[in-house]
Design a protein around this ligand. Structure first.
Ligand code: 1YM
Length: 636
């Protein structure tokens, strides 16, 4: 893609040609044009700054969410090169911002993280922004260029002298392209925190001008500190291990620790991008742990004859780990792009881990014995659970695979466009049944509070009627037997009252889906209906008021009605609406409000469910006391 041009117009045309595909098919470059795609823009720019930090030239990265919807990302690195390219006549900077996949020598540097997920970078952000302004401080001079929808408004210009160095990119997402222009503060905060853990020694700052938020993250200890924080509330069974090594075409870093718990979690990253569905790096890690533990147990004659060798589930119970690799050409797999595919990475990680574990256990026999005792408990529980599950399955209606009696199914064949509404209580269920579009919408009323599944054993879960009808209505199985292909609906919508009980039931359902049907969330099938909390009428004018989308528990202030003549009706529950109102406000796709459930931060989600729904009362108490101001909706 070498542009030959003699005048400004020619270059402008070339630029348009160059970036037009991005504006035509944004999804191909950033995944989607929803809120996820919007955040992706920031990530692309931040990634370039992180690469500069990984190269050893940058110590501070700052992101500012401005009140007008624009974003500034700043780093104190060397500054993007500004010298003119001999054939294109464009500056390196303009090339980076106007040519797809441009990166120069940057492209070839081995462990860059940019260009990870979609391999695009600054030019794509530029193409999808109403305007982009780039300021570079470099070699004692300051440079500036402005683009509008990808088109340079003038050539790169020099703007005086400076004694600092760095790059600042200021852009406003183009709202003719994106469905929303409102960034979610929590998403950026958790990304900056993650960035700081994964890039030790670099300070990440996030500022939100609208909320006055300002947070700064800096972790010298990297993923070692991260794991320490993740397991902070739990009793250790092993030491916390940390290792890093350069293998063939990869940099590897792993930290792990066994704790006294039946849940564990492996968080894996490739080039600082999360891989929630694992992949070859995670497999290499797990497989080394399994192999070495079985090997030593066998040597010592410690394998139980009835139970046999340990399985993956035995050795991952209570195992917390962070596995991160940096590789030159990552291949992401699956619909979610959340899984690493490069097979050589498995070999490399496995080799590093196997050598390490063999050496460590030879020197620390007592450490092996402690871990052995822990995973033996899991193996025994697995054995007992399998027996119990087989008995329960044989007895239970699950085996019959009949749809639950209280399900009012939709009439459409095939799941495209269909929705299952899980409704709190029989009476609201009745209203929803009248208010629905029966071709596409099915209703499953649940009576009272469903079982708290965070601690319950699998046989208790399968005996619970509410949970059973839920599993049957969705038809896709649970846990490792969950198969999204079998789902009977495209969307699953949780519809509960806008009160404390409703919030509790919603949390119980979310816990269940998170622990037992995780792909339902990861693949974007799970939603939360948002019923209005007020109806305001003034003469003939009438308006429904919804809780703000990011904080379902808060109360709205009534701003845009004349208070004297306004009558306000508060809806305490779904049951207070008639079928027409419920349809209009909460169920009709053209007028309703709905939240899609996504897991931005799996670590935080795991921790929250454990604390809020688990057995550990002191942790919960501590959490509630420290978060009392923000967690107003959870009834625990
Ligand atoms: C706020 C965003 O983009 N920083 C940034 C980008 C680059 C460099 C430094 C850089 C890289 C190199 C040499 C190199 C980029 N340079 C290029 C290209 N922050 C942000 N900071 N000097 C400076 O890779 O050799 C692309 S990105 F291609 F011009 F070298």
């Amino acid at each position: 893609m070498v542009a030959k041009h003699n005048d400004y117009d020619a270059s402008q045309i070339k630029v348009l040609e160059g970036l037009e595909p991005v504006r035509q098919r944004p999804g191909m470059y950033i995944g989607s044009t929803d809120i996820k795609g919007l955040h992706h823009l920031i990530q692309e720019i931040v990634d370039n700054a992180v690469d500069e930090a990984l190269a050893g030239f940058c110590t501070h990265i700052t992101t500012i969410l401005h009140a007008d919807g624009s974003v500034t990302v700043h780093d104190n690195g060397r500054g993007i090169p500004v010298d003119k390219h001999p054939t294109t006549g464009k500056s390196a900077l303009e090339t980076v911002f106007t040519v797809l996949h441009a990166g120069g020598k940057f492209e070839k540097s081995a462990y860059k993280i940019s260009g990870g997920l979609h391999g695009v970078g600054a030019s794509v952000v530029n193409a999808l922004s109403d305007y982009t302004e780039v300021t570079v401080h470099k070699n004692g001079k300051m440079f500036y260029q402005r683009y509008e929808r990808g088109v340079p408004q003038w050539e790169l210009e020099e703007r005086g002298e400076t004694d600092i160095s760095g790059t600042t990119v200021h852009f406003l997402p183009d709202l003719t392209i994106f469905e929303t222009g409102e960034f979610i503060e929590a998403t950026e905060v958790s990304r900056m925190k993650r960035g700081a853990y994964l890039t030790p020694g670099v300070t990440f700052t996030i500022i939100n001008e609208s909320t006055w938020l300002r947070r700064r993250f800096y972790y010298e200890g990297g993923i070692k500190t991260w794991l320490t924080n993740i397991v902070a509330e739990q009793r250790p069974v092993s030491a916390l291990h940390y290792l890093n090594q350069e293998g063939k075409d990869c940099l590897m870093e792993v930290s792990f620790q066994y704790v006294d718990s039946t849940v564990g979690n492996i968080y894996s990253y490739v080039n600082n991008i999360p891989t929630p569905d694992g992949g070859t790096h995670e497999l290499g890690f797990k497989s080394a742990v399994l192999t070495v533990l079985n090997e030593i147990a066998l040597e010592k004659g410690m394998i139980d004859k009835k139970i046999g060798e340990f399985t993956y589930s035995d050795i991952t119970d209570g195992l917390y780990a962070i596995v991160t690799v940096k590789i030159p050409e990552p291949q992401f797999q699956w619909q979610t792009k959340g899984r690493l595919g490069n097979s050589y990475v498995r070999t490399e990680v496995e080799k590093m881990m196997t050598d390490y574990l063999r050496g460590y256990f030879t020197e620390h026999e007592e450490a092996f014995d402690q871990i052995f005792a822990k995973i033996m408990l899991s193996a025994k529980a697995r054995f007992a659970a399998r027996m119990a599950k087989e008995t329960v399955l044989r007895k239970s209606a699950l085996l019959g695979w009949v749809l639950p009696g209280k399900l009012s199914d939709c009439s459409k064949k095939g799941k495209n466009g269909t929705e299952l509404y899980i409704v709190e209580g029989d009476s609201a269920g009745g209203t929803a049944k009248q208010g629905r579009d029966s071709k596409y919408q099915a209703i499953l009323p649940l009576r009272g509070k469903i079982l708290n599944t965070e601690n319950a054993s699998i046989d208790r879960i399968l005996e619970n009627n509410e949970v059973k009808s839920l599993i049957l209505a969705l038809w896709a199985g649970i846990k490792e037997n969950f198969d999204p292909e079998w789902l009977r609906y495209e969307r699953v919508v949780i519809m509960t009252d806008a009160d404390v009980d409703g919030a509790h039931i919603r949390t119980l359902l979310l816990t269940f889906f998170f622990r037992y049907m995780r792909p339902l969330i990861d693949l974007g099938h799970l939603y939360i209906a948002v019923p209005p909390i007020y109806k305001a009428t003034q003469g003939k004018k009438m308006e429904y008021l919804y809780p703000p989308l990011d904080d379902l528990g808060a109360i709205l202030t009534l701003q845009w009605f004349d208070p004297d003549k306004t009558s306000v009706q508060r809806y305490k529950g779904l049951g207070e609406m008639n079928a027409d109102q419920l349809r209009e406000t909460t169920m009709d796709p053209s007028t309703r409000k709905m939240l899609q459930v996504t897991i931005e931060d799996a670590e935080e989600a795991d921790r929250l469910f454990r604390i809020l729904m688990g057995r550990d009362v002191p942790s919960r108490k501590h959490f509630i006391l420290t978060h009392a101001a923000t967690v107003k909706e959870l009834d625990v």
